[in-house]
Structures are given as structure tokens and as C-alpha cells.
Design a protein around this ligand. Structure first.
Ligand code: SF4
Ligand code: SF4
Length: 377
């Protein structure tokens, strides 16, 4: 059966039966990762039971602002995106690549074992699903092929939650990545709540998703259910205020390399790298070698790195990008411009995290608009 034939299958899961979804996923041997509350935010963590989810919580996001607030209802997924995406599981911040052991004077190279964990990701938003598609282009083929990423990705079960609200920083609509996920998931849930009802519209997107769905007490969909689900997504669209004009966006950078806005943003940016840390598509890394004190073993580790650091572009003659202006310009123009030449897609999915979490409130949508307003041609 094709993915589109699976997608014709829509069913209803009642809120009272939601814990059976968690049970079904865990019964299939997955480590279930989903949204969890931290003291001040929402992140991803392991889910053992439904009470691990941020039930009844919402978030308020604006540039340089993230605030948790109680909702008036008991929605399980009534928030937007937390500060992390599922990138940290598929492409971990630190990863051993191989070890070297010295035995009887000879060196033995031992590749890292393929990951044993099999993840199910619950609560993935459409923007973050598109970020996974972007990282697939980087790590699943070509010169950056990463067998560890590819294995985790191949095993992963992805359960999308369709957005019913948008934060003050979301702009997925402009990037063509949301708010509704259309394909590429195993299951997609739309959480519907009104005065009398609380249920999930379940869309089945793959054989793997179907195997989970068969374990659930699902009922048939009515016209009224579909109407409620549609209004949920329309609500997200109505709330989305931020926009980006993506027309000829590559040329915007290629024609504005010396635009005065780069000096302006360099005055505000403190080079902390937070925007790259929270971005679900950024993939820069470095490698570090460590040796054990007895001299018989060494390891090579990969860890996330960031184009905002001087060291990232360090060559024997010094850093190629020695100013904050050049580093910010590199980040923004790669993400929205040259990424398209490199991977055939934008490096931005409009999740808004870099806007929310930038400590000085730099907003990529405003920077892009400013570049258009004063072209330096
Ligand atoms: S650049 Fe910003 S808005 Fe775009 S994907 Fe990265 S964090 Fe999200
Ligand atoms: S844009 Fe903001 S988050 Fe990114 S490096 Fe500059 S100050 Fe930090």
C-alpha cells in the first residue's frame, strides 16, 4: 500500500483511551520520546505514561521570551515547540565515532557499534518533521553519510501532532512546512477539544503506523469530527503572525553581501550560538580525540559545533571569519540561501526557536525583511 493510500485511513481515538497508544508503542519495543515539562520550559524526554506529558500547559513565545502558562483545558499537546527538537536523539550532541586499541604493539580500529535503541517520537510538529527531512538529505547519503544517524532514522517511529496554535515566533506557513504535516509520518494526531468532546483524529501514514493503530480501540470518523479537526489547524493558521518573503531568497544574499544591515545586526548579536544550538536543522560538528592515561586506548568523538565560534573557521593562518558580522552573515545566508544550492532545500523550517531563544531578541524574519527593504545593489 502506498503512503497516500494509508493516509486515506483516518480514525478516532478517544482521549480516555490515549494511554493505550503509549502502551502499544512501548509494547513494540520502542523507547518513547515525547514532550515533557522542565522547570521553565518544554523539552523532549522519555515518556513512560501519559502523566509525563505537559497536560494542561501552554507556552507564550515572543522574541527572547518563553513563558509557561496553565491552559483552561486539559489538552495533552496544547503548546507550540519547546527549545529542543528530536535532533538531539538522531544526531546527538556528542557521539563516539570509533576507538583505537593498542595490543601487542599493533593498533586496532574499532568502529562504533550501531545504535541499539529504537526510538518512537511522539508530538513531533510539522516544522520539526521537515527538519528531519532536511537532516536526512545531509546524513543519509553522499559525502556526509552517517551510518549511526541512518540506523536511528530507519528504526524511528514518528507520531506527529498537528498544530492547533501558533506562537508569536512561528512562520512555518512561509517556509511551506506547516502547520499541517501532510506526509512522512507513521501516525499523525489532531487533538480536538470542545465542550463535550476530547478526542484525537488519527491519520495513518505507513505500515508501521498501521501496526500500532491495529492495537488501539479506534472508531470511525464522522463529518463533525473532521470539521472540528480542520478548525484546529485553521486556528494555528489564524494565529501565525510572522512571515518571510521567500521569493528569489538566494539572490537576496548573493546581491547584498555588503548590505549595511550586517553591521547593524553585528552590533546586537553577542555570538552566543544559541540560535544554532536550538535550530533543528543545523548540523555543524567538530571532532575531538581523547587518549586514556595508560596509552593503550584512544577515542574519536564528534560533537556539535557552531559557525558563530572563531575556532569553527580556524585555518593555519587564522580564522576565516574573524568578525561577528561575518559569522552572522555566514549563518543567515547559509540557512536561507546557499543551503538551497547545497541540498536543494531551505535550511529553515520556520520553527521560530532561534527567535524565541536568542537572548537579545534578534528575529530572522525582521533581518530578512530589512535586507529586502534596503537593497545594496
Ligand atoms: S533558522 Fe530559526 S526558525 Fe529556521 S529552522 Fe532554524 S531555529 Fe527554526
Ligand atoms: S543571533 Fe542571537 S542567539 Fe544567535 S548568536 Fe547572535 S545573540 Fe546568540
Amino acid at each position: 500500500m502506498t503512503a497516500s493510500q494509508f493516509l486515506e485511513k483516518k480514525k478516532i481515538l478517544q482521549r480516555a483511551d490515549f494511554s493505550q497508544l503509549i502502551e502499544a508503542i512501548r509494547t513494540k519495543g520502542y523507547t518513547l520520546i515525547g514532550p515533557v515539562l522542565t522547570e521553565t520550559a518544554i523539552s523532549f524526554g522519555e515518556i513512560h505514561e501519559e502523566t509525563d506529558l505537559p497536560i494542561g500547559w501552554m507556552d507564550i513565545q515572543e522574541p527572547a521570551k518563553f513563558q509557561l502558562k496553565r491552559r483552561e483545558d486539559e489538552a495533552l499537546f496544547g503548546y507550540n515547540v519547546g527549545f529542543q527538537s528530536i535532533k538531539k536523539y538522531l544526531f546527538p550532541p556528542r557521539q563516539r565515532l570509533f576507538s583505537v586499541e593498542k595490543k601487542q604493539g599493533a593498533l586496532f580500529f574499532i568502529p562504533e557499534e550501531t545504535p541499539k535503541e529504537k526510538y518512537a517520537f511522539l508530538g513531533v510538529r510539522s516544522c520539526d518533521l521537515h527538519a528531519v527531512f532536511v537532516q536526512d538529505k545531509i546524513f543519509c547519503k553522499g559525502s556526509s553519510y552517517d551510518p549511526l544517524y541512518a540506523k536511528r532514522r530507519q528504526e524511528a517511529l514518528i507520531i506527529v501532532v498537528q498544530c492547533g496554535q501558533a506562537s508569536g515566533c512561528c512562520f512555518c506557513r512561509s517556509m511551506g512546512t506547516g502547520p499541517k504535516a501532510q506526509e512522512g509520518f507513521d501516525l499523525a494526531l489532531t487533538e480536538c477539544i470542545d465542550r463535550e468532546n476530547h478526542f484525537f483524529l488519527v491519520e495513518i501514514g505507513s505500515q508501521r503506523g498501521e501496526e500500532i493503530a491495529t492495537l488501539l480501540p479506534l472508531r470511525e470518523v464522522t463529518e463533525e469530527d473532521l470539521r472540528l479537526a480542520q478548525s484546529h489547524i485553521q486556528n494555528a493558521l489564524n494565529q501565525m503572525r510572522k512571515k518571510v518573503n521567500t521569493e528569489s531568497i538566494k539572490d537576496l544574499f548573493y546581491n547584498n553581501w555588503e548590505h549595511p544591515r550586517w553591521d547593524d545586526v553585528a552590533e546586537r548579536c553577542i555570538g552566543c550560538s544559541t540560535c544554532t544550538m536550538v535550530c533543528p536543522t543545523c548540523f555543524c560538528w567538530t571532532v575531538e580525540d581523547s587518549s586514556f592515561v595508560e596509552g593503550l586506548k584512544a577515542e574519536r568523538w564528534r560533537r556539535w559545533d557552531f559557525c558563530y565560534t572563531m575556532e569553527f573557521s580556524h585555518l593555519p593562518t587564522g580564522s576565516v571569519r574573524s568578525t561577528l558580522k561575518s559569522r552572522y552573515r555566514q549563518w543567515l545566508s547559509h540557512k536561507f540561501g546557499s543551503w538551497i544550492d547545497q541540498f536543494g532545500t531551505s535550511g529553515c523550517v520556520g520553527c521560530g526557536r532561534c527567535i524565541t531563544w536568542c537572548p537579545v531578541g534578534i528575529d530572522v524574519t525582521e533581518e530578512l525583511a530589512a535586507l529586502r527593504e534596503k537593497p545594496d545593489l
